[in-house]
Design a protein around this ligand. Structure first.
Ligand SMILES: [Zn+2]
Length: 72
């Protein structure tokens, strides 16, 4: 069956997070020949907002470092 999919470009980190979760759950068949993911039937939901301070050490790898959890 051939059908058209719309492509939503996201950051490499966002793609990796989604891809890793899908692979861990056994959804290898969703990966298309060009490496993109056909997410038909899979809803994307935001995680609940954290109550306390958030560790941004990973985020800060791209910027000058400041993390409200690990600030010296
Ligand atoms: Zn941190």
């Amino acid at each position: 069956m051939t059908y058209t999919v719309a492509t939503l470009e996201v950051s490499e980190r966002t793609f990796r997070e989604i891809a890793d979760k899908l692979l861990a759950a056994g959804y290898q068949h969703l990966f298309m020949s060009d490496g993109s993911i056909d997410m038909y039937g899979i809803a994307l939901a935001a995680a609940p907002r954290p109550v306390g301070p958030v560790c941004t050490c990973l985020t800060n790898q791209l910027r000058p470092h400041y993390c409200e959890v690990h600030a010296a």
